[in-house]
Ligand binder design. Structure first.
Ligand code: ADP
Length: 388
C-alpha cells in the first residue's frame, strides 16, 4: 500500500516528480547508455560542470573537454574512467576523487564520483548512473592543510639539522677544548712550581689569575654541556605527583638545607603531566638558589601552587637578598649572573636550565622580587600538557 502511494507520488504530474526530485538534488547525476554517451543529466550536473543539457547530451565520459585528472594532478587514463570501468566490470565504482575542467569558467572542479550499473531483465548493463558531489572547497582546505603540513615537516627537518649541528658543536666544545685548557693550566702550574724562587709576587699573582681563568672556562664548558643535556623526550612525560618530586629534591638537598637551617613550607601540590627528572631538576635549581642567595636571616622557603583555568601556577618564595629591578629577565639567560664569583660561586646556568625545562613543558617562568626582601619564582605547567 505504502509502496504504491510512493510510486504514484513519484510518477504523477506532467514532468514527473522523479525528474523534479532528481533536479532538486545537490548531487550531479549523469546517466550513460551502453554506448558510453550521456542520456540524461540533472540541473546540479549542468551547474557543476558549466554545460547545458544539450551540450552534455551524447558526450562520452572520456571526452577531452573534461580533461579529467587524478588527485595528484596526473591525467586520467581512459580505461580507468569509472563509467567505462562499471560498464566493463558490471560493478559500481565508489568514492573516486577526480578533477574536471569547467569550460565556462575555465577552472577546475573537484568531484567525489560514484557509478552504479543498471541492468536489463536479461542481466545486461543498460545504463550507468554516475553521481557526483562537489568537493572543490573541501579539497582546497585539504590542499592547504597538506601544504602546511609539508612546510611544518620541512621546518622540523631544518630544526633537527640545526639541533644536530648544535649537539656537534657542544661535543667539540666540551671534548676538544678541554684538552688544550688542561694543557694551559698544568703548564702554568708547572711554571709557578719550577720558577717559584725566580718569580716576583706580581708574576705569581698573574699566574694565579690565569689558572683561575682557565678553571672558570672549564666550569663554563661543563655547564654548557649540562645545559645542552636537557632535551625533550615526550615518552618521558607522565602523570606524577609534584609533591613527591619535591620531597625527593628535599632529600637530595638534605645537607645544604640542614647546614643553612632552612625552613621549608610546602603547600598542597597537584598531580601534573610532566617529565619527572626535568621537574626534579627545576625544583632543585630553584631551591638551591633560594638557599644560596640567602640573607642574614634564616632561609624560609615556601613552595605553593595555584590552580588556574589552563595551568598550574607554582611558586617558590624565599626571604633572601632579592634581585635588583631590571635584572628579572636577564637572569634566565645562559651565563648571566648578578654577582661576582667571590660572593657567590656559579656560572649562571641554573636559571637558564629552569627556563629551558619550563619551556619544554610549554609553560613560562618569571620572577618577582624586592631587593633585601626576597624573591618569588613563578612557573606554569599547562593542565592539558599531553605533550602532543
Ligand atoms: P648562578 O647561581 O650560577 O649564578 P643562576 O642561573 O642559578 O646561576 O642564577 C643567575 C643569577 O640570578 C644569579 O647569579 C643570582 O644573581 C640571581 N638569582 C638566582 N636565584 C636567586 C634568588 N633566589 N635570589 C636572589 N638572586 C637570585
Amino acid at each position: 500500500m505504502l509502496q504504491e502511494s510512493i510510486s504514484n507520488y513519484a510518477y504523477s504530474g506532467t514532468e514527473g516528480r522523479v525528474r523534479k526530485l532528481i533536479n532538486s538534488l545537490h548531487v550531479g547525476i549523469l546517466v550513460f547508455n551502453s554506448q558510453e554517451e550521456v542520456l540524461f543529466s540533472n540541473k546540479f550536473a549542468h551547474a557543476m560542470l558549466g554545460l547545458s543539457e544539450k551540450q552534455l547530451r551524447k558526450k562520452v565520459p572520456y571526452h577531452p573537454d573534461w580533461s579529467v585528472i587524478y588527485e595528484d594532478g596526473t591525467p586520467f587514463s581512459c580505461e580507468m574512467n569509472p563509467v567505462l570501468v562499471s560498464l566493463k566490470t558490471q560493478k559500481p565504482v565508489t568514492n573516486l576523487i577526480v578533477g574536471v575542467n569547467r569550460p565556462l569558467t575555465n577552472d577546475r572542479a573537484w568531484l567525489l564520483v560514484n557509478t552504479e550499473p543498471i541492468f536489463t531483465d536479461s542481466g545486461e548493463v543498460s545504463e550507468i548512473v554516475c553521481s557526483f558531489s562537489d568537493i572543490t572547497e573541501r579539497k582546497a582546505v585539504e590542499d592547504k592543510l597538506t601544504s602546511l603540513y609539508q612546510s611544518l615537516e620541512s621546518r622540523a627537518f631544518d630544526l633537527a639539522c640545526s639541533n644536530a649541528d648544535l649537539e656537534r658543536f657542544v661535543y667539540v666544545a666540551t671534548h676538544d677544548l678541554q684538552e688544550p685548557l688542561r694543557l694551559i693550566t698544568s703548564f702554568l702550574q708547572l711554571l709557578k712550581k719550577k720558577y717559584d724562587c725566580q718569580l716576583d709576587d706580581q708574576a705569581i699573582e698573574y699566574i694565579n689569575y690565569a689558572v683561575d681563568g682557565s678553571k672558570r672556562i672549564k666550569n663554563l664548558i661543563l655547564d654548557l654541556l649540562e645545559y645542552s643535556k636537557f632535551s625533550i623526550d615526550r615518552d618521558g612525560f607522565k602523570v606524577l605527583d609534584s609533591a613527591k618530586v619535591l620531597a625527593d629534591v628535599q632529600t637530595n638537598l638534605f645537607t645544604l638545607l640542614k647546614q643553612n637551617n632552612a625552613i621549608i613550607d610546602v603547600k598542597p601540590l597537584p598531580v601534573v603531566y610532566a617529565d619527572p627528572s626535568l621537574l626534579h631538576q627545576l625544583f632543585k635549581n630553584l631551591l638551591t638558589n633560594a638557599v644560596k642567595y640567602r640573607s642574614e636571616s634564616t632561609p624560609r622557603i615556601i613552595i605553593d601552587c595555584a590552580e588556574q583555568a589552563d595551568n598550574y601556577l607554582f611558586s617558590v618564595s624565599d626571604n633572601g637578598i632579592g634581585i635588583e629591578p631590571g635584572y628579572s629577565e636577564k637572569i634566565f639567560d645562559l651565563f648571566q649572573r648578578l654577582h661576582k664569583d667571590q660572593t657567590f660561586e656559579g656560572t649562571g646556568v641554573g636559571l637558564a636550565i629552569c627556563e629551558k625545562i619550563v619551556r619544554l613543558h610549554r609553560g613560562s617562568i618569571w620572577v618577582e622580587s624586592e631587593p633585601g626582601e626576597g624573591s618569588t619564582f613563578y612557573f606554569t605547567i599547562p593542565k592539558n600538557n599531553n605533550g602532543k
